[in-house]
Design a protein around this ligand. Structure first.
Ligand code: C5P
Length: 222
């Protein structure tokens, strides 16, 4: 932690994809680069917060002043978050967590055969929903929503269903959002809406953190 509007506050941030193993050499994953989550962690640290960053498999340098915890699967990410969430003032779930994982992981490499094959998938824990449902939940809980359509409805649905303070929604598609340098965000709270125009993820993260800091102060003055 350092000087700034979030001085004395601790945040837990998730970032990146998760990899869900099928066998020792294969996994199910997604195109998340981790850049948005790392930018949010960096911006929180710049604003003076102490930051625990739980990162899936990404190729990114650890932002200055951030404590990093590397994980592979959604279940490992869940465990790592729960291990550091106690007493946190904020949680920002930016990770593109796999909703499902293979029901079992083969001990040996799966062999090719002429037959088609099916993979059974089972649901992963929802890290964000579990954090928000805690009795001693952080004062500010923020989710991300990457959507290809119907952004506002999806975001507002998530706000309610997962009991969040803020949802940052972005459009994803072929050349947008996930594996790119730039992004645009629409941020929703129960009563407000902010449209953050397309810009570098680092700049966008600072704008989001300003909204988070404002929200934190509002909570504390009530
Ligand atoms: O419902 P959906 O998966 O689209 O919600 C996205 C939000 O929930 C993101 O903030 C993401 O980090 C979080 N999430 C999570 N654990 C999951 C699935 C999503 O923390 N298993």
């Amino acid at each position: 932690g350092g000087e700034g509007p979030l001085s004395g506050r601790r945040f837990v941030v998730t970032a990146g994809p998760t990899h869900e193993p099928l066998d020792p050499v294969r996994f199910i994953g997604n195109r998340s680069s981790g850049r948005m989550g790392f930018a949010v962690a960096a911006a929180l640290a710049e604003a003076g917060a102490e930051v625990d960053l739980v990162a899936g498999p990404v190729h990114l340098a650890t932002p200055h002043g951030v404590r990093r915890h590397d994980v592979g699967t959604a279940r490992e990410m869940h465990r790592a978050v729960m291990a550091c969430i106690d007493g946190a003032d904020g949680f920002v779930g930016v990770a593109a967590v796999a909703d499902y994982r293979p029901a079992s992981e083969a001990g040996d490499k799966i062999k090719k055969s002429a037959e088609s094959m099916a993979v059974e998938l089972v649901p992963n824990p929802d890290i964000l929903a579990d954090v928000a449902a805690r009795n001693d939940r952080p004062a500010v809980v923020v989710g991300f929503a990457a959507e290809t359509r119907d952004l506002e409805n999806a975001a507002r649905g998530k706000l309610e269903a997962k009991k969040l303070d803020l949802v940052a929604a972005n459009r994803v598609g072929k050349d947008l959002g996930f594996d790119s340098e730039d992004n645009a965000l629409e941020v929703f709270s129960a009563g407000r809406h902010w449209a953050l125009s397309p810009k570098a993820k680092t700049a966008l993260a600072r704008e989001l953190v300003a909204i988070i800091a404002e929200r934190m102060l509002e909570r504390e003055s009530r």
